[in-house]
Ligand binder design. Sequence first.
Ligand SMILES: C[S@@+](CC[C@H](N)C(=O)[O-])C[C@H]1O[C@@H](n2cnc3c(N)ncnc32)[C@H](O)[C@@H]1O
Length: 363
Amino acid sequence: MQTAEAAVRHDVSFDEGKAKAFAGQMLGTINGAAVALMASIGHRTGLFDHLARHSPATSAALAAVAGLNERYVREWLAVMTTARIVDYTPADRSYTLPPEHAAFLTRDGAMKNLAVIAQFVAVVGALEDEVVDRFRHGGGLCYHHYDRFHEVMAEASHQSIVKPFVDQVLPIVPGLRQRLEDGIDVVDLGCGAGRAVLMLAQRFPRSRFVGLDLCADAFSETQQEAARIGVGNLVFRQQDLAAVDRLGAFDLVLAFDAVHDQKSPLDVLRKARQALRRDGLMLMVEFGGSSRLEQNLTHPIGSFLYMMSVMHCMPVSLGQGGEALGTMWGVELAETMLRDAGFGEVQVSRLPHDPFNAYFVAR
Ligand SMILES: C[S@@+](CC[C@H](N)C(=O)[O-])C[C@H]1O[C@@H](n2cnc3c(N)ncnc32)[C@H](O)[C@@H]1O
């Protein structure tokens, strides 16, 4: 770091006020990272859910209802209190999670549960040694290096894609809901845990669904669940999209947050285009940032998304010998690539329930 003395030595102007403000910014950043890690634990242990239901509660009462160790719970509550997430009353040593905060931190909250997203910090943070090594020597990583990635991804996409899909996403394409009711063939590329296709297969029993993913372990639980509850219009297949020549014939191709991770995104989009029947369409969901870094300076979670790119999206593409477009390849490049892949019509929508994603409808 450039010290004030060093700046003077090198005859560089040094703005003390700017330096002080930056130190404050960095300390806030470190605090924020600490809170994100603890929010992840608060979600996994159910502490936010229990505190929302039992506020105000002492650490002992909270630990008892959550079935957790009191000492750990008390220290976690200290993090949450200093972060102003939880209110503390010293008189009776009780803690309260205000309803306005609970709305964003609990499983039954009215809003998106941001603690679900916080889990990614811990999931990818565990790979720091490997990523530092890749900075030095290049190369990539595989999905199996990431403990809990598919699980957390499924929780995150349940909130932004699966739950709102029928009522808020389908209306982007007039008539699509009716076609699904009548019966069409649908494939989900890079389906991950496959919760979206399971929901759709149940909701639209006359349509037929295929979930494709490189990692069979990502969808194996959902596959078993589908078999157990007798969902007969859904199949899952382990498939490397880079290795297949043709995908088959479909009326609707879905790809949720999966194209930028591919070895060759353009190749996958071409295959998607070739797989479409007459009147078929592709619905692709990707992060809605810009392809230009300078346009992302005011993005509310720009740093988080670029961090996910460094720690996960880039390495898993490089691990396949891929292009590593990165999480923030951006709407401009995505649109161009869809056209290069042969789609003549590309429509980009933003939906109020999901401000960070862009929804591409391509025909
Ligand atoms: C970010 S996850 C999204 C998963 C899911 N669509 C969702 O929204 O929860 C990307 C998915 O793409 C899959 N994937 C990456 N490369 C692939 C490839 N070459 N062939 C098939 N699937 C691939 C990964 O296994 C992973 O499940």
